[in-house]
Design a protein around this ligand. Sequence first.
Ligand SMILES: Cc1cc2nc3c(=O)[nH]c(=O)nc-3n(C[C@H](O)[C@H](O)[C@H](O)COP(=O)(O)OP(=O)(O)OC[C@H]3O[C@@H](n4cnc5c(N)ncnc54)[C@H](O)[C@@H]3O)c2cc1C
Length: 280
Amino acid sequence: MGGYRMVALVKQVPDTSTKAGVNPDGTVDRARAKRMLNPFDKFGLQKAIEVKNAHGGEIIAITMGPPPAIEILVEALEYGADRCYLLTDRRLAASDTLATAYALHKAVQYVGPADIVFTGLQTTDGDTAQTGPQIAERLNLPQVTYCERLEIKDGKAKARRVVEGGHQWLEAPLPILITVANSASKLEHKRFANVHKVKELLRNKEEMSKRIFTIDLDVIGAESGRTGLVGSPTVVGKTWKLGEIGGSCHMLSGDSPTHNVEHLMLKLKEDNRGVEELIQ
Ligand SMILES: Cc1cc2nc3c(=O)[nH]c(=O)nc-3n(C[C@H](O)[C@H](O)[C@H](O)COP(=O)(O)OP(=O)(O)OC[C@H]3O[C@@H](n4cnc5c(N)ncnc54)[C@H](O)[C@@H]3O)c2cc1C
Protein backbone atom coordinates (compact mmCIF):
# COMPACT_ATOMS: atom_id res chain seq x y z
CA MET A 1 0.00 0.00 0.00
CA GLY A 2 1.41 3.40 -0.97
CA GLY A 3 0.83 6.63 0.86
CA TYR A 4 1.26 7.26 4.53
CA ARG A 5 0.67 5.11 7.56
CA MET A 6 -1.18 7.17 10.12
CA VAL A 7 -2.32 6.63 13.67
CA ALA A 8 -5.17 8.68 15.13
CA LEU A 9 -5.53 8.59 18.90
CA VAL A 10 -9.10 8.92 20.09
CA LYS A 11 -10.59 8.92 23.57
CA GLN A 12 -14.05 8.25 24.93
CA VAL A 13 -15.19 10.98 27.32
CA PRO A 14 -18.34 11.66 29.33
CA ASP A 15 -20.96 13.43 27.22
CA THR A 16 -20.88 17.03 28.44
CA SER A 17 -24.37 17.74 27.14
CA THR A 18 -25.78 15.47 29.84
CA LYS A 19 -25.13 15.60 33.57
CA ALA A 20 -22.10 13.40 34.27
CA GLY A 21 -22.28 11.74 37.66
CA VAL A 22 -19.67 12.52 40.29
CA ASN A 23 -18.67 9.94 42.91
CA PRO A 24 -18.63 10.94 46.60
CA ASP A 25 -14.79 11.09 46.41
CA GLY A 26 -15.02 13.71 43.64
CA THR A 27 -14.02 11.42 40.75
CA VAL A 28 -16.18 11.20 37.61
CA ASP A 29 -18.63 8.34 37.68
CA ARG A 30 -17.73 7.10 34.21
CA ALA A 31 -19.98 4.06 34.47
CA ARG A 32 -23.07 6.25 34.86
CA ALA A 33 -22.11 9.03 32.44
CA LYS A 34 -23.35 8.98 28.85
CA ARG A 35 -20.32 8.55 26.60
CA MET A 36 -19.05 10.13 23.42
CA LEU A 37 -16.01 10.48 21.19
CA ASN A 38 -13.87 13.36 22.48
CA PRO A 39 -14.94 16.20 20.13
CA PHE A 40 -11.33 17.41 19.71
CA ASP A 41 -10.29 13.99 18.39
CA LYS A 42 -12.56 14.36 15.35
CA PHE A 43 -10.15 17.03 14.10
CA GLY A 44 -7.19 14.64 14.37
CA LEU A 45 -9.15 11.95 12.62
CA GLN A 46 -10.22 14.36 9.91
CA LYS A 47 -6.66 15.58 9.28
CA ALA A 48 -5.65 11.94 8.82
CA ILE A 49 -8.51 11.47 6.35
CA GLU A 50 -7.42 14.59 4.44
CA VAL A 51 -3.85 13.24 4.16
CA LYS A 52 -5.17 9.87 3.04
CA ASN A 53 -7.45 11.48 0.45
CA ALA A 54 -4.51 13.46 -0.95
CA HIS A 55 -1.75 10.84 -0.80
CA GLY A 56 -3.32 7.48 -0.03
CA GLY A 57 -2.35 5.30 2.89
CA GLU A 58 -3.90 3.80 5.97
CA ILE A 59 -5.51 5.18 9.13
CA ILE A 60 -5.30 3.23 12.35
CA ALA A 61 -7.37 4.53 15.29
CA ILE A 62 -6.29 3.60 18.80
CA THR A 63 -8.09 4.19 22.06
CA MET A 64 -7.20 3.31 25.61
CA GLY A 65 -10.19 2.82 27.85
CA PRO A 66 -12.65 0.37 29.36
CA PRO A 67 -14.49 -2.10 27.05
CA PRO A 68 -17.36 0.33 26.19
CA ALA A 69 -14.74 2.54 24.49
CA ILE A 70 -15.17 0.20 21.53
CA GLU A 71 -18.18 2.41 20.65
CA ILE A 72 -15.90 5.25 19.54
CA LEU A 73 -13.82 2.88 17.44
CA VAL A 74 -16.96 1.93 15.53
CA GLU A 75 -17.47 5.67 15.07
CA ALA A 76 -13.86 6.06 13.90
CA LEU A 77 -14.54 3.40 11.24
CA GLU A 78 -17.65 5.34 10.21
CA TYR A 79 -15.53 8.47 9.79
CA GLY A 80 -13.05 6.58 7.62
CA ALA A 81 -10.45 4.79 9.76
CA ASP A 82 -9.26 1.52 8.22
CA ARG A 83 -8.76 -0.44 11.42
CA CYS A 84 -8.80 0.16 15.12
CA TYR A 85 -7.27 -1.03 18.38
CA LEU A 86 -8.87 -0.96 21.81
CA LEU A 87 -6.22 -1.02 24.53
CA THR A 88 -8.06 -2.18 27.59
CA ASP A 89 -6.72 -3.61 30.83
CA ARG A 90 -7.73 -3.30 34.50
CA ARG A 91 -4.12 -2.33 35.26
CA LEU A 92 -4.73 0.93 33.35
CA ALA A 93 -7.43 2.20 35.75
CA ALA A 94 -6.49 5.48 37.48
CA SER A 95 -3.64 6.22 35.08
CA ASP A 96 -2.50 9.85 35.00
CA THR A 97 -1.10 11.45 31.84
CA LEU A 98 2.40 10.03 32.43
CA ALA A 99 1.00 6.49 32.63
CA THR A 100 -1.49 7.08 29.80
CA ALA A 101 1.25 8.35 27.48
CA TYR A 102 3.46 5.40 28.43
CA ALA A 103 0.71 2.90 27.56
CA LEU A 104 -0.31 4.70 24.36
CA HIS A 105 3.25 4.99 23.06
CA LYS A 106 3.65 1.22 23.55
CA ALA A 107 0.39 0.72 21.64
CA VAL A 108 1.59 2.95 18.79
CA GLN A 109 4.83 0.95 18.63
CA TYR A 110 2.82 -2.27 18.69
CA VAL A 111 0.71 -1.38 15.63
CA GLY A 112 3.91 -0.76 13.71
CA PRO A 113 5.82 2.28 12.54
CA ALA A 114 3.61 5.25 11.71
CA ASP A 115 4.55 8.15 9.46
CA ILE A 116 2.21 10.50 11.30
CA VAL A 117 0.58 10.18 14.71
CA PHE A 118 -2.40 12.49 15.15
CA THR A 119 -3.94 13.41 18.47
CA GLY A 120 -6.61 15.90 19.41
CA LEU A 121 -5.56 19.08 21.14
CA GLN A 122 -7.00 18.02 24.47
CA THR A 123 -9.87 16.09 25.95
CA THR A 124 -13.07 17.49 27.41
CA ASP A 125 -12.61 15.52 30.64
CA GLY A 126 -8.92 15.43 31.65
CA ASP A 127 -8.32 18.58 29.61
CA THR A 128 -4.54 18.63 30.13
CA ALA A 129 -3.32 18.60 26.48
CA GLN A 130 -0.27 16.72 27.81
CA THR A 131 -0.78 13.28 26.33
CA GLY A 132 0.22 14.06 22.73
CA PRO A 133 3.50 15.84 23.57
CA GLN A 134 4.43 13.12 26.09
CA ILE A 135 3.86 10.40 23.50
CA ALA A 136 6.05 12.29 21.00
CA GLU A 137 8.83 12.46 23.60
CA ARG A 138 8.58 8.76 24.35
CA LEU A 139 8.60 7.86 20.66
CA ASN A 140 11.43 10.33 20.08
CA LEU A 141 9.40 12.05 17.34
CA PRO A 142 9.38 15.72 16.36
CA GLN A 143 6.03 17.25 17.31
CA VAL A 144 3.83 20.06 16.16
CA THR A 145 1.18 21.11 18.66
CA TYR A 146 -1.87 23.26 17.88
CA CYS A 147 -1.47 22.42 14.19
CA GLU A 148 -4.08 23.91 11.90
CA ARG A 149 -2.55 23.45 8.49
CA LEU A 150 -0.52 20.53 7.27
CA GLU A 151 1.28 19.94 4.01
CA ILE A 152 3.04 16.67 3.33
CA LYS A 153 5.57 16.55 0.53
CA ASP A 154 8.60 14.38 -0.27
CA GLY A 155 8.58 12.72 3.15
CA LYS A 156 8.47 16.06 4.95
CA ALA A 157 5.74 17.75 6.96
CA LYS A 158 5.23 21.48 6.82
CA ALA A 159 2.81 22.57 9.50
CA ARG A 160 1.26 25.83 10.57
CA ARG A 161 0.56 26.05 14.28
CA VAL A 162 -1.45 28.54 16.23
CA VAL A 163 0.58 30.66 18.62
CA GLU A 164 -0.50 33.58 20.76
CA GLY A 165 -1.17 36.49 18.43
CA GLY A 166 -0.31 34.69 15.19
CA HIS A 167 0.99 31.60 13.44
CA GLN A 168 4.22 29.69 13.18
CA TRP A 169 5.35 27.45 10.32
CA LEU A 170 7.45 24.43 11.21
CA GLU A 171 9.03 21.81 9.01
CA ALA A 172 10.25 18.36 9.92
CA PRO A 173 10.92 15.06 8.20
CA LEU A 174 8.45 12.26 8.85
CA PRO A 175 7.72 10.48 11.16
CA ILE A 176 6.07 13.16 13.25
CA LEU A 177 3.39 13.61 15.91
CA ILE A 178 0.79 16.29 15.42
CA THR A 179 -1.79 17.61 17.89
CA VAL A 180 -4.53 19.12 15.80
CA ALA A 181 -6.22 22.44 16.65
CA ASN A 182 -9.97 22.66 16.33
CA SER A 183 -9.53 25.53 13.90
CA ALA A 184 -7.82 23.06 11.52
CA SER A 185 -10.78 22.02 9.39
CA LYS A 186 -14.49 22.35 9.08
CA LEU A 187 -15.64 18.98 10.33
CA GLU A 188 -17.13 16.81 7.65
CA HIS A 189 -20.09 14.57 8.21
CA LYS A 190 -19.65 10.83 8.13
CA ARG A 191 -20.03 9.51 4.60
CA PHE A 192 -23.15 7.48 4.05
CA ALA A 193 -21.14 4.75 2.30
CA ASN A 194 -18.85 4.35 5.33
CA VAL A 195 -21.73 4.25 7.79
CA HIS A 196 -23.47 1.66 5.64
CA LYS A 197 -20.30 -0.45 5.38
CA VAL A 198 -19.82 -0.40 9.14
CA LYS A 199 -23.45 -1.36 9.67
CA GLU A 200 -22.84 -4.41 7.49
CA LEU A 201 -19.62 -5.17 9.36
CA LEU A 202 -21.43 -5.06 12.71
CA ARG A 203 -23.62 -7.91 11.48
CA ASN A 204 -20.56 -10.03 10.68
CA LYS A 205 -18.49 -10.76 13.78
CA GLU A 206 -15.67 -12.40 11.85
CA GLU A 207 -15.23 -9.42 9.51
CA MET A 208 -15.51 -7.00 12.42
CA SER A 209 -12.72 -8.83 14.24
CA LYS A 210 -10.47 -8.00 11.28
CA ARG A 211 -11.18 -4.29 11.72
CA ILE A 212 -11.27 -3.80 15.50
CA PHE A 213 -8.66 -5.53 17.63
CA THR A 214 -8.59 -5.70 21.42
CA ILE A 215 -5.17 -5.59 23.03
CA ASP A 216 -3.89 -5.46 26.61
CA LEU A 217 -0.71 -4.47 28.43
CA ASP A 218 0.89 -7.89 27.97
CA VAL A 219 0.28 -7.86 24.22
CA ILE A 220 1.94 -4.45 23.79
CA GLY A 221 4.85 -5.44 26.03
CA ALA A 222 4.29 -2.81 28.74
CA GLU A 223 6.49 -3.07 31.81
CA SER A 224 4.62 -3.78 35.01
CA GLY A 225 4.18 -0.89 37.43
CA ARG A 226 4.23 1.78 34.68
CA THR A 227 0.45 2.24 34.48
CA GLY A 228 -2.56 2.61 36.76
CA LEU A 229 -2.29 4.13 40.21
CA VAL A 230 1.18 2.62 40.85
CA GLY A 231 2.54 4.17 37.64
CA SER A 232 0.92 7.58 38.25
CA PRO A 233 2.82 10.11 40.35
CA THR A 234 0.01 12.70 40.08
CA VAL A 235 -1.88 13.22 43.31
CA VAL A 236 -5.28 14.86 43.11
CA GLY A 237 -5.36 16.97 46.26
CA LYS A 238 -8.99 17.97 46.16
CA THR A 239 -11.86 18.26 43.71
CA TRP A 240 -14.93 20.40 44.16
CA LYS A 241 -17.92 21.64 42.22
CA LEU A 242 -17.24 24.96 40.52
CA GLY A 243 -20.37 26.48 41.99
CA GLU A 244 -18.99 26.01 45.48
CA ILE A 245 -15.95 28.22 44.92
CA GLY A 246 -17.85 31.49 44.92
CA GLY A 247 -15.80 34.63 45.48
CA SER A 248 -15.13 37.35 42.97
CA CYS A 249 -12.90 37.65 39.93
CA HIS A 250 -10.00 40.05 40.03
CA MET A 251 -8.22 40.79 36.72
CA LEU A 252 -4.49 41.48 36.97
CA SER A 253 -3.33 43.98 34.42
CA GLY A 254 0.41 44.41 34.65
CA ASP A 255 2.67 45.46 31.81
CA SER A 256 4.53 42.12 31.62
CA PRO A 257 3.98 38.46 32.58
CA THR A 258 6.70 38.81 35.25
CA HIS A 259 4.89 41.77 36.75
CA ASN A 260 1.60 39.84 36.69
CA VAL A 261 3.15 36.89 38.52
CA GLU A 262 4.66 39.21 41.15
CA HIS A 263 1.27 40.89 41.52
CA LEU A 264 -0.45 37.49 41.89
CA MET A 265 2.06 36.32 44.53
CA LEU A 266 1.47 39.54 46.46
CA LYS A 267 -2.31 39.10 46.28
CA LEU A 268 -2.07 35.50 47.51
CA LYS A 269 0.14 36.62 50.40
CA GLU A 270 -2.25 39.46 51.24
CA ASP A 271 -5.15 37.03 51.25
CA ASN A 272 -2.97 34.65 53.26
CA ARG A 273 -3.56 31.87 50.74
CA GLY A 274 -0.67 29.76 49.50
CA VAL A 275 -0.74 27.16 46.77
CA GLU A 276 -0.69 24.49 49.51
CA GLU A 277 -3.88 25.93 50.92
CA LEU A 278 -5.57 26.06 47.53
CA ILE A 279 -5.07 22.33 46.99
CA GLN A 280 -5.86 21.22 50.55
C1 LIG B 1 -4.74 10.38 39.70
C2 LIG B 1 -5.54 10.30 38.44
C3 LIG B 1 -6.38 9.22 38.22
C4 LIG B 1 -7.10 9.11 37.03
N1 LIG B 1 -7.90 8.03 36.83
C5 LIG B 1 -8.56 7.88 35.68
C6 LIG B 1 -9.37 6.72 35.42
O1 LIG B 1 -9.48 5.83 36.27
N2 LIG B 1 -10.00 6.63 34.20
C7 LIG B 1 -9.85 7.61 33.25
O2 LIG B 1 -10.42 7.49 32.15
N3 LIG B 1 -9.12 8.69 33.48
C8 LIG B 1 -8.47 8.86 34.66
N4 LIG B 1 -7.70 9.96 34.87
C9 LIG B 1 -7.61 10.93 33.82
C10 LIG B 1 -6.49 10.51 32.91
O3 LIG B 1 -5.26 10.64 33.52
C11 LIG B 1 -6.47 11.40 31.71
O4 LIG B 1 -7.75 11.46 31.17
C12 LIG B 1 -5.52 10.82 30.66
O5 LIG B 1 -4.23 10.76 31.19
C13 LIG B 1 -5.45 11.65 29.41
O6 LIG B 1 -5.24 12.98 29.75
P1 LIG B 1 -6.26 14.04 29.24
O7 LIG B 1 -7.64 13.50 29.38
O8 LIG B 1 -5.93 15.31 29.91
O9 LIG B 1 -5.92 14.08 27.70
P2 LIG B 1 -5.19 15.22 26.82
O10 LIG B 1 -3.78 15.19 27.16
O11 LIG B 1 -5.94 16.51 27.00
O12 LIG B 1 -5.51 14.57 25.44
C14 LIG B 1 -4.82 14.98 24.26
C15 LIG B 1 -5.07 13.95 23.20
O13 LIG B 1 -4.41 12.73 23.54
C16 LIG B 1 -5.19 11.62 23.08
N5 LIG B 1 -5.62 10.81 24.21
C17 LIG B 1 -5.71 11.16 25.51
N6 LIG B 1 -6.16 10.12 26.24
C18 LIG B 1 -6.34 9.10 25.38
C19 LIG B 1 -6.82 7.76 25.52
N7 LIG B 1 -7.18 7.25 26.69
N8 LIG B 1 -6.88 6.99 24.41
C20 LIG B 1 -6.50 7.46 23.20
N9 LIG B 1 -6.07 8.73 23.01
C21 LIG B 1 -6.00 9.53 24.08
C22 LIG B 1 -6.40 12.20 22.35
O14 LIG B 1 -6.10 12.32 20.98
C23 LIG B 1 -6.53 13.57 22.99
O15 LIG B 1 -7.19 14.51 22.18
C24 LIG B 1 -6.99 10.10 36.05
C25 LIG B 1 -6.15 11.19 36.28
C26 LIG B 1 -5.43 11.29 37.44
C27 LIG B 1 -4.53 12.49 37.63
